[in-house]
Design a protein around this ligand. Structure first.
Ligand SMILES: [Zn+2]
Length: 127
C-alpha cells in the first residue's frame, strides 16, 4: 500500500514529526508526546543530516503564531457544536472545550513546532 503523504512534501515532515531537511531524523527526542517532562525536548541537530534544529535563540516562540489559529480552528467549532447541537449550557461547554484543549496541548505544541521549522527549512533529498 502506498503512503498517502509522499516523502519530500512539507506535510510528510509535519505529519511524521521528521526533520524538514532529510525527513528521516526525528524532530523530538521522545516519541511519546504525553511524556510531559520531555515532550518538547529536541536534539540540537538532526541525528541523520545534522540540520540545526535550534536555528536561533527563541526560534520556537514563533510557533505560538502557528498554534494560536489551530486552537481557534478547533475550539470555536467545538464550543458551537456543544451549544447548538447538543444544547449544553455555555459554561459547561466552555469547561469541556478547555479540557479537550488541555488534553490536545502536547500534540498542538509539537505540530506547531514542526510547522514552524518547515516554514524556514526545505527538503533536500539525500544522495
Ligand atoms: Zn535531517
Amino acid at each position: 500500500m502506498k503512503p498517502i503523504i509522499k516523502k519530500g512534501s512539507k506535510l510528510y515532515s509535519i505529519a511524521h514529526l521528521k526533520c524538514p531537511h532529510c525527513q528521516e531524523g526525528n524532530l523530538f527526542s521522545v516519541s511519546n508526546a504525553y511524556d510531559l517532562k520531555h515532550m518538547l525536548n529536541m536534539p540540537d541537530y538532526c541525528p541523520v543530516c545534522h540540520e540545526d534544529f535550534k536555528v536561533e535563540p527563541g526560534f520556537y516562540s514563533g510557533a505560538l503564531w502557528v498554534s494560536y489559529p489551530i486552537v481557534i480552528f478547533i475550539l470555536i467549532p467545538l464550543a458551537l457544536l456543544q451549544i447548538f447541537c447538543f444544547d449544553i449550557p455555555f459554561v459547561l461547554a466552555f469547561f469541556i472545550s478547555l479540557l479537550v484543549m488541555l488534553v490536545l496541548q502536547p500534540l498542538l505544541m509539537r505540530y506547531s513546532r514542526a510547522i514552524w521549522i518547515n516554514i524556514f527549512v526545505s527538503y533536500e533529498a539525500r544522495s
